[in-house]
Design a protein around this ligand. Structure first.
Ligand SMILES: Cc1ncc(COP(=O)(O)O)c(C=O)c1O
Length: 373
């Protein structure tokens, strides 16, 4: 969709990258690291300064103490951290449980690592799951469950009781949880992020994935990490070494500085995103979308049934070509594309200028869409 947005000059509300500046301090720290000749390979599993900062922040914010020497692997973004983790633990014949709709990469991650995915539905409007359906997805072949909270694309933030249900199944079937917590600081309406590793019994069964990308608005830097028990980390480090050797050394140093930002940085980040979320909800609702209000992350899932298009792809193409706004078709987030036929995802990590332009274009939609069909 980003490619189509460029082709048709559309406002790009598809891919989740901010169109505003990254914090001055993190950019300065990167510039200083380059000037100070931090330009050669970092230690394969991550610069000590960054691993120490990750461990310190995880304990400070989530109360989970980890050993930066044996339990952290710095990777090229959360993407590589997820892939290296899956390749580290999956053996032929293993199954992984995946909630759907899911962040697009989890499907290919399962295929590349050789795992068979077992999908469990999150159902609107609150994107809750049926505990019975989840229990049926687990079995002797289950190696792990992939969890993403706060969630892309739904904006769901998993509640403690839900996490405990998942935890009990992981313990019963001796399975890992791989939790992607990249949106941990984007929370609205009193939602609280609970790291899965903080749950009793999950400390050594959880692989926690995170990154600089979203929290510090540097998606292009490609710095992320996996936190896991020592024996799992040893395997993740081996895969990581052979896949990428290491993440960008000077950007790791900048990351170490960023992870020490005071609590006020994260409060401001969440407050600013709340304003953006409400602005985007207003724009989409006015244009005729039915919105599922997100409690976390920076996306809005919408129901597009009322526009009367045959499916999400047809509507997304119409939107990008004729209206000039790009969004992601709901089918991208499901194993069976038919399940996302009536859904479309918009991102709101954008400036007011972008919102204004999108609002003007989407205003044409209500009036024009039926004529165009
Ligand atoms: C849930 C989720 N995980 C991971 C990523 C990618 O993270 P990174 O850029 O650090 O590889 C994204 C990006 O959109 C995401 O939404």
């Amino acid at each position: 969709m980003t490619r189509l947005a460029l082709q048709y000059g559309a406002i790009n509300l598809s891919q989740g990258f901010p169109d505003f500046a990254a914090p001055t301090e993190i950019k300065r720290a990167a510039q200083e690291a380059i000037a100070a000749e931090v330009n050669q390979y970092a230690i394969t599993w991550g610069a000590k300064s960054l691993r120490n900062a990750i461990a310190e922040k995880f304990e400070r914010t989530q109360g989970v103490a980890v050993d930066p020497e044996r339990e952290i692997t710095v990777c090229c973004g959360a993407t590589e951290a997820m892939m290296s983790s899956m390749m580290a633990i999956i053996n032929p014949g293993d199954e992984v449980v995946v909630f759907e709709p899911f962040y697009e990469n989890y499907g290919p991650d399962a295929i590349l690592s050789g795992a068979t995915p077992r999908f469990v539905k999150l159902r609107p409007p609150a994107w809750t799951f049926d505990p019975g359906e989840l229990a049926r997805a687990f079995g002797p072949a289950t190696k792990a469950i992939i969890l993403n909270t706060p969630n892309n694309p739904t904006g769901k933030v998993f509640e403690r009781t839900e996490l405990e249900t998942i935890r009990d199944l992981c313990i019963r079937w001796n399975a890992y949880a791989i939790t992607d917590e990249i949106y941990e600081h984007m929370l609205y309406d009193g939602a609280r992020h609970i790291s899965f590793a903080s749950l009793e019994g999950m400390r050594n069964r959880t692989i926690t994935i995170n990154a600089l990308s979203k929290t510090y608005s540097v998606t292009g830097w490609r710095v992320g990490w996996a936190i896991a028990a020592p024996e799992v980390t040893a395997a993740i480090r081996k895969v990581h070494d052979f896949l990428t050797v290491g993440a960008a050394a000077p950007l790791q140093e900048a990351g170490a500085a960023a992870l020490k930002f005071p609590a006020s940085y994260y409060d401001t980040l969440a407050n600013e995103y709340l304003v953006r979320r409400d602005r985007m909800l207003e724009i989409l609702t006015r244009a005729g979308f039915h919105c599922f209000k997100p409690r976390g992350a920076y996306y809005i899932m919408t129901d597009i049934s009322s526009f009367g298009f045959p499916d999400d792809m047809a509507f997304a193409k119409y939107l990008v070509k004729e209206i000039g706004v790009a969004a992601v078709p709901g089918s991208s987030f499901y194993n069976d594309p038919a399940d996302g036929r009536t859904q479309l995802r918009f991102t709101f990590c954008k400036t007011e200028k972008t919102f204004q332009a999108a609002a003007e274009r989407l205003a044409k939609l209500k009036a024009g869409s039926s004529a165009a069909r």
